[in-house]
Design a protein around this ligand. Structure first.
Ligand SMILES: [Cu+2]
Length: 325
């Protein structure tokens, strides 16, 4: 009796397997790649597709695994499509697995460590892969017709992804602030290097405050700067506001454009808003404004004042100002 039941299960399983096989061309391969990389303590983030250039056959699919706490998207826009906001999608978000043939955009929402997303490429062509969260993070997928030989195997891509991930993260660990401090009480909130391969652009970001525990005298001013051209940070004391982009109402603007707040008590809340340079210039587009890259806080009274980057505190981007009399 038990044996018969087992045979029936085997036949059903085999039939299901064979009918699933009939839906895909026999040659269709399933490739894998990664999105993002980070150090164990999450302080260095590689904003990159790993690898960022893959050659496949029409009908093949690629499954991307997200491996960073910094959010990313896997996105294929139509040729010349205006780049949308990652919260909006392209517009909307694709179901998994998605099919991309160049005629309709495909995008995931912002995804983090452990999530995966698969795209099937039914037609030959060269397609740009991008992350809607990060403007300097892209790659390219070459889809060949069945008779064209492919240059690489999955093992090659695995090895390339691992070695590039190591290169980017170890580069990130060596990055130092390009510091010309306006005062001895300078803290750098974020450094990035934009780099790349023939496949596309990559960014390495240090997600830490340079002097996490700074000591000053009452009456002095701490100045934070963000030296990362594409990676915003905030300096947030006390209550975290709902809208992180804009500064809290107590923040004023100095003559040089830097934002400035005064914190008199450890019970005070203040929020810098996004501290970041404006986007890089592009020929044919209107000139971008400067952006705000500095935030100053004056502390008239002694105390211990902890603060966070409201965007990256969960990755450990936190600090403290100790004010002595
Ligand atoms: Cu941050």
């Amino acid at each position: 009796m038990k044996k018969q039941k087992n045979q029936a299960v085997t036949i059903i399983a085999l039939t299901t397997f064979l009918s699933a096989l009939a839906l895909v061309p026999l040659s269709a391969a399933q490739w894998t790649a990664a999105v993002g990389a980070q150090t164990d303590e999450k302080g260095i983030q590689a904003l990159a597709f790993l690898p960022n250039e893959i050659w496949i056959h029409a009908g093949d699919s690629i499954s991307w695994t997200f491996q960073a706490d910094e959010t990313h998207t896997v996105t294929f826009l139509r040729a010349a499509q205006v780049r949308p906001d990652f919260n909006v999608g392209c517009p909307g978000f694709s179901s998994d697995p998605a099919i991309f043939d160049g005629s309709t955009c495909v995008t995931t929402p912002a995804m983090v460590t452990g999530q995966t997303f698969t795209v099937i490429f039914p037609v030959a062509g060269n397609f740009k892969l991008t992350c809607l969260v990060h403007v300097n993070m892209d790659g390219r997928i070459h889809v060949f017709s069945a008779n064209e030989p492919l240059p690489h195997t999955q093992a090659f891509y695995d090895e390339q992804a691992a070695s590039r991930s190591d290169e980017l993260l170890s580069h990130g660990a060596k990055m130092k602030p390009m510091h010309v401090p306006n005062s001895p009480q300078g803290v750098t909130a974020g450094i990035t290097d934009i780099t790349g391969t023939a496949g596309g652009t990559e960014t390495v970001a240090a997600v830490r405050f340079s002097h996490e525990n700074i000591r000053i005298r009452a009456g002095q001013t701490v100045e934070w700067d963000n030296q990362a051209p594409i990676f915003p940070h905030t300096i947030t004391f006390g209550q975290e506001p709902a809208n992180l982009q804009n500064p809290s109402p107590d923040v004023t603007v100095d003559p040089d454009g830097a934002r400035h707040a005064i914190i008199a008590s450890t019970a005070d809340s203040t929020h810098s808003g996004f501290i970041i340079a404006a986007p890089q210039e592009r020929r044919g587009l209107p000139q971008a404004p400067l952006g705000v890259t500095r935030f100053r806080v004056t502390f008239p009274n002694p105390g211990i004042f902890p603060y966070i980057c409201a965007l990256h505190d969960e990755m450990g981007m936190v600090g403290q100002v100790t004010v002595t009399p």
